[in-house]
Design a binder for this molecule. Structure first.
Ligand SMILES: [Fe+2]
Length: 302
């Protein structure tokens, strides 16, 4: 299944029923992915935590700044050569991503977002499609961290295990997934991203998004992404986006990271289902109690 979305006002039809779900996703993505090669760590800095502790001890009014860090890439900047050059990473990570981080920290300083996690800022600043100024920088920081961890030196090849089974089930074959992903990345007009996602119906799908929009605000669980902003490939491939995409899939993509992300997302979905079942059970108990019109027994009659 290939879904195209570029409209930032898009809302998932079940969005309202998934508010708790998105909170759990954000929490999940900012915690459990931390131990995997499959995720970005939009963490608060240790420096900030220490500052907060000092403020608490001295009862100094709380002032937090520069709360989002530039996370290092998960490998050396030259580790993806010859398929992605050190120069590209120096610019892409060292200048573009750094710019998003710096701009975001300036934007959120002293605002309601100061001290929040990156995931929290993304969801809140998306503001149900009426985006606030911090959204683009926050989402771009998150997207790039996710992108770097979607690749590895010596990547490419084919997935295996349950991931491959689901790919075969939902796309027909791995080759079909590659075709759909390539089409989504190639046809994304202008700057944006292509994603492999896990949907609420527990099926895989390929989507693309414009500018900084990502699946977090569209109620999909992201498993893989490729950056198709021109700055991602121009130094190595000039205007040949198609060559960049095929190199990403053939030589760089980390199916290991995607498999780990799938397992974690499935675990979250299972917890989500269990929570829903418990809530339904509780509702049923309450409804039964409220509908029970039986008069209580009078102990004085005996
Ligand atoms: Fe980028």
């Amino acid at each position: 299944m290939y879904v195209f979305f570029s409209n930032p006002t898009y809302h998932h039809p079940d969005c309202s029923s998934r508010e708790i779900t998105m909170a759990s996703i954000v929490s999940h993505l900012t915690s459990s992915f931390l131990s995997t090669p499959g995720f970005c760590r939009p963490s608060q800095s240790l420096h900030q935590s220490q500052k907060q502790m000092r403020c608490t001890r001295k009862s100094v009014p709380r002032t937090i700044s520069a709360s989002i860090d530039l996370k290092p890439t998960p490998y050396a900047l030259d580790a993806l050569e010859p398929h992605m050059s050190k120069e590209t990473l120096e610019y892409h990570w060292g200048k573009h991503q750094r710019g998003y981080v710096d701009n975001l920290n300036k934007q959120i300083e002293g605002t309601e977002f100061d001290g929040k996690s990156l995931g929290e800022i993304i969801i809140a600043s998306y503001n149900n499609g009426d985006v606030l100024p911090a959204f683009n920088n926050a989402a771009q920081v998150w997207n790039h961290e996710f992108f770097w961890e979607s690749m590895k030196p010596g990547g490419g090849g084919t997935p295996s295990g349950e991931l491959l089974e689901l790919i075969n089930r939902d796309f027909g074959s791995f080759e079909s997934l590659v075709s759909e992903f390539t089409l989504a990345a190639t046809t994304q007009f202008g700057s944006g991203w292509a994603w492999l996602v896990y949907k609420e119906d527990e099926k895989l799908a390929v989507v693309n998004s414009s500018n900084a929009i990502n699946p977090l605000v569209l109620n999909y669980d992201p498993l893989l992404t490729i950056d198709v902003w021109e700055h991602a490939y121009y130094l190595d491939f000039k205007n040949l986006r198609a060559d960049y995409i095929s190199t990403f899939l053939d030589k760089l993509v980390s199916w290991t990271a995607v498999s780990i992300r799938l397992l974690e997302v499935q675990a979250v979905v299972a917890l989500r289902k269990k929570a829903d079942e418990n809530i339904a059970e509780l509702d049923a108990i309450i409804a039964t109690r409220d509908n029970d019109t039986t008069e209580p027994e009078d102990p004085d009659e005996y």
